[in-house]
Ligand binder design. Structure first.
Ligand SMILES: NC(=O)c1ccc[n+]([C@@H]2O[C@H](COP(=O)([O-])OP(=O)(O)OC[C@H]3O[C@@H](n4cnc5c(N)ncnc54)[C@H](OP(=O)(O)O)[C@@H]3O)[C@@H](O)[C@H]2O)c1
Length: 157
């Protein structure tokens, strides 16, 4: 089973502002939707709550510290990485996506196998960021200028 983080970030790793994306980039957003559609999506409770409708594009697995949290859509909730991984193993899937936000990227990055990162031309304000990672741990297997964003596919070395 491959665990894949997918994110879009600005010039300084910005990913969010006031619960939303800091920019509008329909081309990049379509790439995100096309990539994750139908798959298990590991999502932070905050990201889930502010984008419930959008996240229905896949099968959300919500991560929260609150053992009593019950997502309205009936999706399962988890308190730690191990229980998410156990669930995915039982489901016997070949891939699942870590879709953020910051808290959940930070929590899962150590166990992520691949990253699909979009770099957008945004230099403005943000309150959430993609975690720093050591480039030496990763190989870029694909790099593509897609006009409104630069797409990079990383695999852990
Ligand atoms: N640009 C992108 O690609 C992208 C992608 C996704 C999201 N975003 C943006 O990111 C922002 C949201 O990020 P965020 O960091 O505020 O929220 P988040 O990661 O979506 O959710 C944070 C929540 O996850 C739970 N959590 C965090 N660490 C945990 C741990 N160690 N164990 C168990 N549960 C844990 C907690 O839930 P409880 O409080 O319930 O305990 C925490 O409040 C939004 O602005 C969103 O638009 C951007």
């Amino acid at each position: 089973m491959k665990l894949i983080a997918i994110s879009a970030m600005g010039k300084h790793r910005q990913i969010g502002l006031n619960g939303d994306l800091p920019w509008r980039n329909p081309e990049e957003y379509k790439h995100y939707e096309d990539t994750v559609r139908g798959h298990f999506l590991i999502v932070g409770r905050k990201n889930y709550e502010s984008h419930k409708e959008d996240i229905r594009i896949g099968k959300p697995l919500v991560v929260t510290r609150n053992p009593n949290f019950r997502p309205e859509c009936g999706a399962p909730a988890f308190q730690d990485v191990e229980s998410v991984l156990d669930y995915l193993k039982k489901e016997n899937v070949n891939r699942a996506f870590v879709i953020g936000g910051e808290g959940i990227y930070s929590l899962f990055l150590p166990v992520v196998d691949e990253m699909l990162l979009s770099f957008v031309d945004y230099d403005g304000e943000a309150d959430t960021f993609f975690p720093e990672f050591d480039q030496a741990d990763w190989e870029i297997v694909k790099k593509e200028d897609r006009g409104s964003y630069l797409f990079c596919h990383y695999k852990r070395i």
